[in-house]
Design a protein around this ligand. Structure first.
Ligand SMILES: Cc1cc2nc3c(=O)[nH]c(=O)nc-3n(C[C@H](O)[C@H](O)[C@H](O)COP(=O)(O)OP(=O)(O)OC[C@H]3O[C@@H](n4cnc5c(N)ncnc54)[C@H](O)[C@@H]3O)c2cc1C
Length: 270
């Protein structure tokens, strides 16, 4: 197993030069929130794993420099979004550097003609959805954790939501990604030249799937193009009993063809 080095004052100084001092967290009270996500943990296991330092980059160039530094110094590095994951995957069990993506939360472009949003990975799904609604669209992925969960976290976990019936999982909605590899190289995968189209006839269009659902293990995504925005017509279905389930599914399937987008099933007796 790789022997990891510890973060020392030289490393934190170098990190501060990359992201500025206010974006480097080292005090105990600042690190404790990063010791867990929404996974249930025993009280005795609380606070056992923690990063030695947290950085909040504001650009891809900063992430590249952070990853180069970590790679050169053999320090583990773990990205996180809103830490709503329920498996503890964003918790840095070997210490090291936690890269918190929440300051990279901008919408770069909403291309209404191609129905594609270009966003930074740290934007929350809720904020994206709100901005899309102002233009008559919605986001095709809306999990239970949507008020805070980020686009980057959703892509890394290949998230699914109740809107999957129409749009599929998030892997079906990403046209391209820009990713910083563990070696510090920056790559764009998928989406043709513009990054906005689903293009698989030539080249390595399928490469993007390497980074979807792989939990940040092989890259830190910092920009995503998401398609399948839909006009914000919604339909809420609830089924009181299992007997009504089949007709409800049938009715939802018909509505899919009409352009409706949200389907919720609830069996109130279960
Ligand atoms: C109340 C509740 C309801 C939920 N409902 C759903 C649901 O309906 N559907 C669903 O799929 N999930 C659901 N979840 C689980 C969780 O919210 C999702 O997995 C969510 O997508 C995680 O996003 P996050 O920003 O919080 O990521 P985090 O928890 O911070 O990170 C999750 C993983 O992604 C990696 N990661 C984060 N950002 C990046 C990045 N930019 N680049 C590379 N890797 C990155 C992390 O290292 C980690 O491995 C729910 C959780 C809660 C608490």
């Amino acid at each position: 197993m790789t022997e990891y080095k510890k973060v020392n004052s030289h490393i934190t100084k170098a990190l501060a030069e990359i992201v500025r001092t206010e974006n480097v967290l080292v005090d105990d009270y600042e690190l404790i929130p990063y010791t867990r996500d929404h996974q249930w943990v025993k009280r005795s296991d609380l606070f056992t794993s923690r990063p030695e330092v947290v950085v909040l980059p504001e650009s891809a160039e900063q992430i590249v420099k952070i990853v180069y530094l970590a790679n050169r110094e053999k320090i583990p590095i773990v990205p996180c979004g809103a830490r709503t994951g329920m498996t503890g995957n964003c918790v840095p069990i070997y210490g090291g550097i936690q890269v918190d993506m929440k300051k990279m939360n901008k919408i770069i472009e909403i291309d209404e003609d191609n129905m594609v949003a270009v966003v930074q990975a740290g934007i929350s799904l809720y904020k994206l959805d709100q901005e899309l609604r102002k233009r008559g669209f919605i986001c095709g992925h809306m999990p239970g954790s949507q008020p805070t969960a980020t686009v980057g976290g959703a892509i890394s976990t290949n998230g699914w939501s109740e809107r999957r019936m129409k749009y599929g999982d998030i892997r079906n909605q990403v046209t391209s990604l820009k990713v910083v590899l563990p070696t510090g190289e920056l790559v764009k995968v998928g989406g043709g030249v513009s990054g906005k189209v689903e293009k698989s006839s030539v080249g390595f269009g399928g490469m993007k799937y390497l980074f979807i659902g792989t939990w940040g293990n092989i890259g830190n995504s910092y920009r995503s193009n998401i398609e399948n925005l839909s006009y914000a017509r919604t339909s809420l279905h609830s089924s009181n009993s299992i007997q009504l389930f089949r007709p409800r599914v049938q009715s939802c399937a018909e509505n899919v063809h009409d352009g409706y987008s949200i389907f919720i099933f609830a069996d109130r007796r279960s």
